[in-house]
Design a protein around this ligand. Structure first.
Ligand code: 5GP
Ligand code: ZN
Length: 136
């Protein structure tokens, strides 16, 4: 538990949250700035900053939790598709330095049904490099 960490404080119950899943090692709760209805954050209870710092087993278990949440969004909320996003490191836009996986439901009639390109348009220079590597 890091007393400065908002997510550790949510785990501890010091900061209220809408909890949607909990087991001994994980918690999932609704994001207070939802990108869509039902936007969930899944976290390990242990204060670890980024995915690369998780153990292999911890990583596997966390993604099983993510999958359970996705299943439940589909079965209980009729969600047809969703995006899974994880920002790791300040340079990648991580604001809360405690590993978290965003599960963002997508709905018919939303502004757009764009996937990856919403945040990451194709990088022409990187694309050329890949193409050059394929040609070699
Ligand atoms: P990041 O940019 O670090 O990937 O995202 C952090 C997320 O945590 C943001 O989407 C933000 O809305 C959410 N968040 C920040 N503070 C709180 C809080 O106190 N409670 C909840 N439920 N979510 C929070
Ligand atoms: Zn923490």
């Amino acid at each position: 538990m890091e007393s400065e960490c908002i997510f550790c404080r949510i785990v501890d119950g010091e900061i209220p949250a809408v909890r949607v899943y909990e087991d001994g090692e994980h918690l999932a709760f609704l994001d207070t700035n939802p990108r869509s209805e039902g936007h969930v954050l899944a976290i390990p209870k242990e204060h670890i900053k980024t995915i690369d710092e998780l153990g292999d087993e911890q990583t596997a278990k966390l993604f099983i939790v993510v999958k359970r949440i996705a299943e439940s969004l589909k079965q209980k909320m009729g969600v047809k598709g969703y995006n899974i996003v994880s920002n790791n490191g300040e340079i990648a836009g991580q604001v809360i330095p405690h590993v978290h996986i965003h599960i963002v439901p997508r709905y018919e009639g939303q502004r757009s049904s764009a996937g990856f390109e919403l945040a990451f348009p194709v990088d022409a220079k990187a694309k050329r490099k890949v193409e050059e590597s394929i040609e070699k």
